[in-house]
Ligand binder design. Sequence first.
Ligand code: NAD
Length: 526
Amino acid sequence: MTAPEPSTVRREIQVCNPADGSIVGHVEDQSADVVAATVQQLRRHQPDWESIGPKGRKHWVLQLQDWIFDNAAHIADVVQHETAKPRFDASLEPAMVADLIGYYARNTEKFLADEHPSPHSPLGKVKKLTTVYRPHQVVGVITPWNFPFAMPGIDVVPALLAGAAVILKPSEVTPLAARELLRGWTEIGAPPVFAVSTGRGDTGAAVADNVDYVQFTGSTRTGRTIATACAQRLIPYSLELGGKDPAIVLDDADLDRAAYGIAFGGLLNAGQLCVSVERVYVEKAVYDDFVARLTRHVAELRQGQDGRAIKHDIGALANARQLDIVQRHVDQAIAAGARVTIGGKPTGVGTFFEPTILVDVDHSMSCVTEETFGPTLPVMKVNDEAEAIRLANDSPYGLSATVWTADRGRGERIARQLQVGAVNINDMAANLFNFALPMGGWKKSGIGTRWGGADGLRKYCRAQAITTPRLPILTKEPIWFPFSAPKIEIMIAVMRAVSARGTRRIGRTPSRKAKRRMVTATRLAP
Ligand code: NAD
């Protein structure tokens, strides 16, 4: 008997609940050949999807929104099974996707409408100028495990609305909620332009090898691999990567709000949020007071596994690997002299790690410099605003930041000095609930953005330029063959007349006096 080809062997991945290790499902570990065949299928159906136009696509996506509302409780169940996150967190996931669908469905026609830009020169007025937004054929969306329904939903839906077909590769740690999104698409009877390929990293690599655009969310390490693969194939991509988001607490801040907000920002989803607060800089005048309030507030939080009832604020970490990272960062900090004001160890059940505040920390410690993605809040005392800004910017990452101050002008001024893709003043993650704003990381936190109004759909499109004559057409345009000296002189004279400044418009070099006048005017210009 001959052994089957490796690519055709059916493999499976077990999905576990990290709170107790119980097996909650199985998914196929798809080979590269299966991915390639799926993309081929999607390619066949995409032209029809594109041709039904924004209005036709809006119809289907709004049906999906109805389905999500009708199945929200079940989706939250599935999310909880594979993440052990609190019911509150899990319930936010379908709600957020439905909210995003509402915004983009209402605006799709406007965002994808043809544009007719004004020509840059009066000579261009002889043409009608049109910019058309036409989708990439197949978009690959690759997602991590921290929001198993929301992460796929927020990128798949805009790509579908843009007119692309989409193949989704969810994390192997949490693939079940992503399959629910596909179940919804299938149950509403929508065209077969959306598929889910489950598997590990090699399945994701096969997606990047076959699609026309990659939308990736995950670690900076994997993002770099995907960027290299896309560069080899000369296809565009957008990367939403890791972070080490700073919070700056100024001496005029409402300290209770700052403590509540930073506890929420650092501990939501057990700190497994890309824009989680991962380090806190507090002006020295309010440092002790702030640490005391933060510690008191964190002590009130309830940790454990929820069913459908909302009983807890903090859940488990996604897997044992994540638990190891958190443990290492805390242990290394303590060994180097840091102090724990609360928490500091695993609870001993599943992958739960106590919400932890670390003080006496500095930039030599992994808990301050590396992404933890866990329930830790390292807090540092700073002399002033300038030191807080300098330390906040002292990171290879640049995803987002928060600033806590009573002076909104001061907050905005600081925001403009931070090297990050988003700054929330007196709040955390507020930008994530405003789809009109772009969400993207600077430095090693990413390339490109998601959302941002029209850009959130146009990123999945190729812009096509069309020119159409406005005037009766001649047999020949003046620039066409044959070339001649008078023809080029006339053409250059006309182009000069419309683009040059001062007497150069008519081919004259200005006098020295006129030149001096122009230099002075340029210097004085605001
Ligand atoms: P990861 O990079 O390990 O995996 C992400 C996805 O990529 C998974 O589906 C994985 O199977 C796939 N993958 C792995 N290797 C691949 C390869 N060579 N080619 C193609 N796909 C491959 O990340 P993770 O551990 O799942 O998620 C945690 C990370 O995600 C954290 O760094 C976090 O900051 C980041 N994250 C960022 C955002 C954001 O919007 N910036 C949001 C959520 C999470």
